[in-house]
Design a protein around this ligand. Structure first.
Ligand code: FES
Length: 146
């Protein structure tokens, strides 16, 4: 298994690590199979623009690299742009991931969505997008409605 230079770079030198005090949205997702956990913090201004984004990942190298890349991809963008970020776009931005590591990138996509869902809950905006708050499977992408 070989990782791209970009994956190695984001793994050894991850961007935007940490937490944001008084974040407008906080998302936590985990993968029950590997036990990895990703926490995502968003600071969002009155125009729905993500002005800051930080993460903490307790997980594998690919999970760290994908969360780092995901923060870079959403920072400075609107919330709706962030919601359209797919795990494949994150993988592409990292010049690929070995097939058995693609599920790690799903955590990054879900973490952003989970943080946006938290933001929507806070401001009383209905959650009009699909995401799985109890994501625990690599393949099954069902959506739990509450
Ligand atoms: Fe668990 Fe990568 S092995 S997220």
């Amino acid at each position: 298994m070989k990782y791209s230079e970009k994956v190695m770079d984001h793994f050894t030198n991850p961007r935007n690590v940490g937490e944001i005090e008084n974040a407008d949205g906080v998302g936590v997702v985990g993968n029950a199979k590997c036990g990895d956990i990703m926490k995502m913090y968003l600071k969002i201004d009155e125009n729905d623009v993500i002005t800051d984004c930080k993460f903490k990942t307790f997980g594998c190298g690919a999970a760290i690299a994908t969360s780092s890349m995901a923060t870079e991809l959403v920072k400075g963008h609107t919330v709706s742009e962030a919601l359209s970020l797919t795990n494949s776009a994150v993988v592409e931005a990292l010049d690929g991931l070995p097939a058995i590591k693609v599920h790690c990138s799903v955590l990054a996509e879900e973490a952003i969505k989970s943080a946006v869902a938290d933001y929507y809950n806070k401001i009383g905006r209905p959650i009009d997008f699909d995401y799985d708050p109890d994501h625990d499977d690599d393949h099954d992408h069902h959506v739990d409605e509450d």
